[in-house]
Structures are given as structure tokens and as C-alpha cells.
Design a protein around this ligand. Structure first.
Ligand SMILES: Cc1cc2nc3c(=O)[nH]c(=O)nc-3n(C[C@H](O)[C@H](O)[C@H](O)COP(=O)(O)OP(=O)(O)OC[C@H]3O[C@@H](n4cnc5c(N)ncnc54)[C@H](O)[C@@H]3O)c2cc1C
Length: 499
């Protein structure tokens, strides 16, 4: 007996009988629209706050089959699903949700995988509230949107537990032509997977000792467990993709060297690993970190296990994190888990403008993070040993919109005040990693050091070189990086068919 049959013996059988006719119609008859509208959104089970702030295990525990199916029943399977339009990779969301309602998570996952190669990751880290869920038609009926992200994660995790047998269609062999992918973040992994499916011989080159890009070095385990990332990467390897770590393209070998080795096309997914700093006095004091460095030490170098692992991280009592995005939330929640007595976010706008995912902000608030809005450091203060002892802060007010369309923060004269801090983490943004892209002769870069592309094809100014993800967009999102990787794979296929 399958897991589903043990859950509800009748439905799966009944639907499979109706499948040849129209299983979706049959499913619609199971509940009326009114009954579906009356079902409240199902909360994600979580680790209790008192427990989770002492460990790095995942906060969200995932839906059970029962919860997932009940949540799937809320989806009205509308004629014009706004959710699909809101998804950057256009997952057929109603179909996968209806498969879950019918108790067919395998089919749900197959449907998702048609357009999304990393569902267990996207289900966890995509900002659904500003994408698919924002367009859910339930909102128009005054209800909370269907928990699409939680359901995507459920399908990926549930099948992960059952087997690894999801099939992918492989197109005819593309004569073993070699393609090099630089960077193993979501952009590179997606491009690599799609190219492998198309029959190319794909090698991914990664500078760090582990693949995954930000998914490995930036996002902490309490949001994205390594086991999940590793299983997605194993799936991509199972398609025939080779991943070479500790290999810096531009240092270990140049693009020219790789061309001589027979690579016919390149995808640059080198990310935005260059942190921005504030440029205020005292930023070079001991105890002031970029979020990139702080999170890399903890996530990738396992500094929380020092001295078992080589890389230390300061044990701080009062931690100040500057910024309001996902990176800032990850840094401040990491500091709490490392034992900080006080962990404070300083953000220059108000809560309404904070770019972090709503769930991360909620979790941070529950965990005791203090949020100080409309505040910016104007100086980091040091002691006689050159160590951070505090911050000089200034209050701000919101003025007319700036070029980003958000209200411009304007300093309030005479509002400066001091606070104590023994660790400060600057998380105000990052720009494209310059290491490789600045040394490729003729590669056109934009104003912010980003690779310029033709958005239709993701082709760069150089023939045979394509790019996507944060290297092109600056710090953006996992799903946009994946979308770029996918588009580039199609363009590389077109390019290689011609030559
Ligand atoms: C802490 C943090 C939290 C985030 N949280 C979220 C979130 O919750 N949701 C969301 O959607 N987005 C989030 N983001 C943004 C998201 O992770 C990025 O937009 C996404 O990872 C970009 O993917 P990418 O493949 O373009 O680059 P990356 O993930 O940055 O990967 C680039 C890879 O290229 C490698 N590389 C660079 N140069 C070379 C070279 N010369 N040779 C070989 N390898 C090289 C790098 O080592 C890196 O591994 C977060 C970002 C950070 C930093």
C-alpha cells in the first residue's frame, strides 16, 4: 500500500479511473468553491523559538501529506491563474497543486520539474509573497493566498523521501560538444542541468571547495539544510554534469585555456560576491565584517565548530547588523544562534520598505531580534586596541521617492546617538564578482560592473559567451538566476547548432 492509499484509499483510485476522462473536473466536484474558500491557510509547522535559537537546524519543519492535501484543497484551479504569471519560471502551479490534492506528489513534482530544476530550494527561499502568492485569486476574495511555496517544498521533500526516480526527458545527443559553466550557484546549476538534458557535455567550474554558490556559503542551514542542497546537486550530477571545485576560472585556467581544451561555449554565472561597504569612518576596525565574510565563515567554513574547524568567528555579546534584506536577516539570526545577548537590525527606511522575505522578518522578530528603523550608522567607534566598541547612529526620516521608487531616507539634523556593539555586520548589498569578468577582453560591463547581456538571449558582447544571475543583475533572487540559466541554455543550444 502506498503512502497515499494509507492516507485516503478511495480518492486516488477514483481519480485514476476518472483520469482518462477529466481528472481535474472530478477533483473540482469533491468540494464546492464555497467549501474551498472556507478553509483557512495552513500554517507551516516550525521549531519552537526557545529551541531553535540554540541550533542551526531548519526552522520550518514542512507540511505532512495531510496538511499539504488540505492546503491544496484551497486552490480554486481558476481559469486565469495569476500565480503562474507571477512565477519567474512560469511553473504550472494549479496543475501541481491539484496533483497534491489528488494525493499524487510524484506527479506534482514531475510537473514542477518541467520548469524548475531546484524545487526543494525554491520552495524554501523564493519570495513567494511578491511573486506567485501575490497574484493568487484568493486574495481578491479577501482570503490569504494558497501557500504555494510550502506546497512546492512538500512535493520536492516528499518524493525525495520516497525515491530518486523522477524521470527527465533527454533530447538527442548534441554530438558531445563541450560547454563550460563558470560558477555553481543557481544560475550555473540550472544552465548546466538544461544543457546536459540537451545532450551537451557540461563541466561546471567553482572557485570554492563546495558547489552551490550563495545557497552553500550565504544562506544558513536553519533556512536551507545542506542535505537538501546536496540532494538537488546530486540530481544535477545524475544528468551527467561534472562539477570541478577549487577551480577559479581566470586563475586556475583562463577562458582561452578552456577553449583550447575544446569548450565551444561558456556560461558565466559568477554571482555578486563583492560586498558593498558604507564608506564611513571606523569601518576597518576589528569586529566590523561584511555579511559575506561573516556568513561564509559560519556556513561554509563551519566556524561555529572552531577549533574542530580552522576558521574562527568572534563570539559577540552585542551585535549590530546594518541592512534590511535577506542577507541582513540571515546575519542577525546567525549571530543570535552563536550566542549574542542582543542582536539589532539598523535599517535606513521603515518596515514597509524592507526587502527581506516576509517570513524571514517574522522569524527574526519571533526570535527576539530588535529592529531599529530609520537609522543609519555614521561612524563605527573603536577602543584603543582598534576594536569595535560601538556605533554612532543617526536618525532619518522618509522623503520623496528616489530612483528605486522607494522613499528617500533623509537625515534628521542633531539626531546622532551612540550605542554599544562588539560586532557589526554590514549587509547593504553586493555587486558582481569582478575576478573573471573584468579580465575578459572585449566583455562589455555595465555601470555597476555587471555583465551586459541581450535580455532575449542572455548573450554577452562576445560570441559564444552567455551570462546570467547576479553577475548580470547584481544581488537579485534565486529564481531569477535560475530563469537566466534556463534561457542561456536554450541560447547556447541555438548557438552550438549553428557552428
Ligand atoms: C545571505 C544571502 C541570502 C539570500 N537569501 C535569498 C532568499 O531567501 N531568496 C532568494 O531568492 N534569494 C536570496 N539571496 C540571493 C540569491 O542567493 C542570489 O540571487 C543567487 O544565489 C544568485 O545566483 P548566481 O548563480 O547568479 O550566483 P551565486 O549564487 O553567487 O553563485 C556564483 C558562484 O560563482 C562562483 N565564482 C565566481 N567567480 C568564479 C570564477 N572566476 N571561477 C569559478 N567560480 C566562480 C562563486 O564562488 C559562487 O559559488 C540571498 C543572497 C545572500 C547572499
Amino acid at each position: 500500500m502506498s503512502k497515499l492509499e494509507s492516507f485516503e484509499p478511495g480518492l486516488a483510485k477514483k481519480l485514476s479511473e476518472e483520469r482518462e476522462k477529466d481528472w481535474r473536473k472530478a477533483l473540482r466536484r469533491e468540494l464546492t468553491v464555497q467549501q474551498r474558500l472556507a478553509i483557512p491557510r495552513h500554517r507551516m509547522p516550525e521549531q519552537p523559538v526557545s529551541q531553535r535559537i540554540k541550533n542551526f537546524q531548519e526552522v520550518n519543519l514542512g507540511y505532512t501529506l495531510e496538511l499539504a492535501r488540505a492546503e491544496a484543497q484551497r486552490c480554486l484551479d481558476c481559469g486565469q491563474p495569476g500565480c503562474v504569471a507571477g512565477c519567474p519560471v512560469a511553473i504550472d502551479i494549479p496543475t501541481f497543486i491539484k496533483h497534491i490534492e489528488a494525493g499524487e506528489p510524484e506527479r506534482a513534482l514531475e510537473k514542477i520539474r518541467e520548469t524548475n530544476g531546484l524545487p526543494a530550494i525554491c520552495g524554501r527561499v523564493c519570495p513567494q509573497e511578491v511573486q506567485c502568492e501575490k497574484n493568487c485569486n484568493l486574495i481578491k476574495a479577501g482570503k490569504e493566498p494558497v501557500a504555494i511555496g510550502h506546497l512546492e517544498r512538500f512535493a520536492a521533500d516528499f518524493i525525495g523521501q520516497l525515491s530518486e526516480k523522477v524521470t527527465v526527458s533527454t533530447k538527442e545527443c548534441s554530438a558531445g560538444k563541450k560547454v563550460a559553466v563558470v560558477g555553481s550557484g543557481p544560475a550555473g546549476l540550472t544552465a548546466a542541468a538544461d544543457l546536459a538534458r540537451l545532450g551537451y557535455s557540461v563541466t561546471v567550474y567553482e572557485a570554492l571547495h563546495l558547489p552551490g554558490g550563495v545557497l552553500a556559503y550565504g544562506i544558513p542551514e536553519f533556512r536551507l539544510p545542506r542535505a537538501i542542497l546536496n540532494s538537488e546537486i546530486s540530481f544535477i550530477k545524475s544528468l551527467g554534469v561534472e562539477i570541478r571545485t577549487n577551480f577559479i576560472v581566470g586563475r586556475t585556467a583562463t577562458l582561452e585555456d578552456l577553449k583550447e581544451d575544446g569548450f565551444r561555449a561558456f556560461f558565466l554565472g559568477t554571482g555578486a560576491g563583492l560586498p558593498a561597504f558604507m564608506g564611513v569612518p571606523g569601518e576597518n576596525l576589528l569586529g566590523v565584517f561584511s555579511a559575506n565574510e561573516y556568513l561564509t565563515r559560519v556556513n561554509l567554513m563551519k566556524s561555529f565548530k572552531f577549533p574542530e574547524y580552522d576558521t574562527p568567528v568572534p563570539a559577540a555579546r552585542k551585535v549590530a547588523v546594518i541592512g534590511g534584506g535577506n542577507v541582513a536577516m540571515d546575519a542577525v539570526r546567525t549571530a543570535l544562534r552563536l550566542g549574542a545577548k542582543e542582536a539589532v537590525i539598523y535599517y535606513r527606511r521603515s518596515r514597509a520598505e524592507m526587502p527581506a522575505r516576509a517570513e524571514e522578518v517574522k522569524h527574526a522578530e519571533e526570535e527576539g531580534v530588535i529592529f531599529n528603523y530609520l537609522t543609519v550608522p555614521v561612524r563605527f567607534l573603536g577602543d584603543s586596541q582598534g576594536r569595535l566598541r560601538g556605533l554612532l547612529l543617526q536618525r532619518l526620516t522618509l522623503g520623496p521617492p528616489d530612483s528605486s521608487g522607494r522613499p528617500r531616507p533623509v537625515p534628521v539634523p542633531g539626531s546622532e546617538y551612540e550605542v554599544e556593539a562588539d560586532l557589526a555586520v554590514v549587509a547593504i548589498g553586493q555587486s558582481p564578482n569582478p575576478l573573471l569578468i573584468r579580465q575578459i577582453a572585449g566583455l562589455k560591463l555595465g555601470r555597476w560592473g555587471n555583465v551586459e547581456v541581450d535580455w532575449e538571449s542572455m548573450g554577452t558582447s562576445l560570441s559564444g559567451i552567455f551570462a546570467g544571475g547576479d553577475a548580470v543583475r547584481g544581488g537579485a533572487t534565486v529564481i531569477l538566476a535560475m530563469g537566466d540559466g534556463r534561457k542561456s541554455a536554450r541560447s547556447i543550444d541555438n548557438f552550438l547548432r549553428k557552428c
